[in-house]
Design a protein around this ligand. Structure first.
Ligand code: BG6
Length: 512
């Protein structure tokens, strides 16, 4: 394994949730596995008042709570915490960046990080441009030279719509070069999403089938059982389309649909992905009602527990029209995918937390055999389970032993957990942080891709905004979203794949 060069990561918004839940556990795990540079430092900054010591104390107890992978060795944790520093700063004030720079240079000298800095923006998106501008003004944004490199990492959401995303890109690119900018989409860091690339391009057997001649349709699902929790304020302005579809789901679609890149590097992989985004068939505003279903979760009782509806959640307007569920159908207009429908859906308060891709292959042209259920005849599909129970399933028909030729579908099922031993899937943030330290942006979103995804999403946002008559369907918490979602998938005996163990035969919903 290549080790990254020494560097300091400056985390803006370090007292927030992401730092304690994701960034610190990821850094600690990389440290424990010996994958960080020998000399590295983390400088946290935010408005909250901490000293180096009190911030280390906080990280100490946060790690106890949020680092769940292995048993923590007290010695390793103590050593790791010595690499952490803190500077209080109001990030809207230019003057405070001067003190921040002074502290950074001190940390850099002490930790011998050779002027290599990563600026990780885990703040409100409204601060992204201001922080970048201030970094530019105090001379911390210059491109690589012999005195070190500078990279900036931005959390999502990247823009609120096409115009604001372009504006943000324009501002950032005035200060940083594109190859210094790392736009995080944590789905790309998931081991199983990366495995789609390996599965497709490291095996000769699937790629010949991976096209309109053999594939009937493709489904991508990202379901969550939780509601909006404490994020009502953010979610009200975002909704599922901006929060999940514009970024995570479309990135997964591109990973499934892209052509093989010439080389496995940031330029070639991302060039192929952006071609998929450009090939998404634009949706006219008038078609939105037909191809996009939006829903909002309603109060319900799950396992005897009363669950609030979205409109009863904290910081949510009691008349809110924000969607917590989206399902849509679209096409990718190119030679590989012409006329193959892609169906994607995502939602909160669905029966399970599960993300998966299902590739449905075309049926045989002529059925020779009887099957237990006639519509199962020749039903072949491949499921790529992104999370949880990560793995791959291939479904095909098999003769039932005995007289006659009865066919039954069976599954060939690979679970990552079967690899056994020490094979634990790293968290997406571990992979992404390490890649950024190594200067590899392959798994980060490029400006043109973000732009193209917004372009595809805009007609939907505009149609919803202009036409309040487009229905927002309520769905009881704990179900698979509005019933209307089923109508999106056309064809006899074709329905969504419901990835749930306790599926009720009557309702098609999960029995809770
Ligand atoms: C985030 C969204 O980007 O992804 C959240 O803002 C969502 O609303 C989360 O819950 C889902 O991520 P994961 O990794 O749990 O599927």
């Amino acid at each position: 394994m290549e080790k990254p060069e020494n560097s300091t990561i400056v985390i803006f918004g370090a007292s927030g949730d992401l730092t304690k839940r994701k960034l610190m556990p990821a850094l600690f795990d990389l440290y424990v596995r010996g994958e960080l540079a020998d000399d590295f430092a983390v400088l946290g900054t935010s408005r909250s008042a901490f000293t180096d010591d009190s911030f280390r104390e906080k990280m100490n107890s946060d790690l106890d709570q949020f680092y769940q992978k292995n048993k923590i060795s007290k010695r390793q944790k103590r050593e790791f915490l010595q690499h952490i520093y803190y500077q209080t700063a109001d990030l809207t004030q230019k003057s405070e960046f001067v003190a921040l720079k002074e502290k950074l240079l001190q940390v850099d000298a002490q930790a011998k990080t050779r002027g290599n800095f990563i600026f990780y923006l885990s703040t409100s998106p409204s601060l992204f441009a201001v922080i970048a501008e201030n970094l530019g003004e105090i001379g911390l944004a210059k491109p690589d030279d012999e005195n070190g490199w500078r990279r900036i990492v931005l959390e999502k959401p990247f823009g609120f719509d096409l115009q604001s995303a372009r504006e943000l890109n324009r501002k950032l690119q005035k200060i940083f070069l594109e190859d210094q900018i790392y736009r995080i989409d944590h789905y790309l860091g998931k081991e199983t999403v990366q495995n789609i690339l390996a599965f497709r391009f490291a095996n000769g057997i699937f790629e010949p089938l991976w096209n309109r001649n053999y594939i009937h349709h493709v489904e991508v699902t990202a379901a969550e059982s939780i509601g909006v929790e404490k994020r009502g304020k953010y979610y009200e302005k975002s909704g599922a389309l901006r929060d999940m579809v514009q970024n995570h789901l479309l990135q997964v679609v591109a990973t499934i649909a892209m052509e093989p890149p010439i080389k496995f590097d940031a330029t070639d992989v991302r060039n192929e992905k952006v071609k998929v985004f450009h090939a998404l068939r634009p949706m006219g505003e008038k078609e939105v009602e037909k191809y996009v279903i939006r829903g909002q979760y309603l109060a319900s009782i799950i396992k005897g527990e009363a669950i609030s509806g979205y409109r009863e959640e904290e910081n949510v307007d009691p008349n809110s029209r924000t969607e917590t569920f989206v399902a849509m159908k679209f096409f990718i207009d190119n030679w590989r995918w012409g006329d193959v429908p892609f169906y994607i859906r995502t939602g909160k308060r669905l029966p399970d937390r599960v993300s998966e891709v299902v590739i449905h292959f075309k049926k045989t042209p002529h059925f020779l055999f009887q099957s237990q259920r006639s519509h199962e005849n020749g039903d072949n599909f491949l499921i790529i389970r992104i999370q949880p129970d990560e793995g791959i399933v291939l479904r095909f028909g098999m003769k039932v032993p005995g007289a006659g030729f009865k066919i039954k579908t069976v599954d060939m099922d690979f679970h990552y957990s079967d690899l056994g031993g020490d094979t634990k899937l790293p968290d997406a943030y571990e992979r992404l942080l390490l890649d950024c330290m190594l200067g590899d942006a392959t798994l980060y979103a490029r400006a043109d891709a973000v732009d193209a995804c917004w372009e595809f999403i805009m007609p939907i946002l505009r149609a919803w905004q202009k036409n309040p008559d487009i229905k927002l369907f309520g769905y009881p918490s704990g179900t698979w979203g509005p019933e209307e979602t089923r109508k999106l998938i056309e064809g006899p005996h074709v329905d969504w794949h419901y990835p749930c163990a306790n599926l009720s035969q009557d309702t098609g919903h999960c029995e809770l």
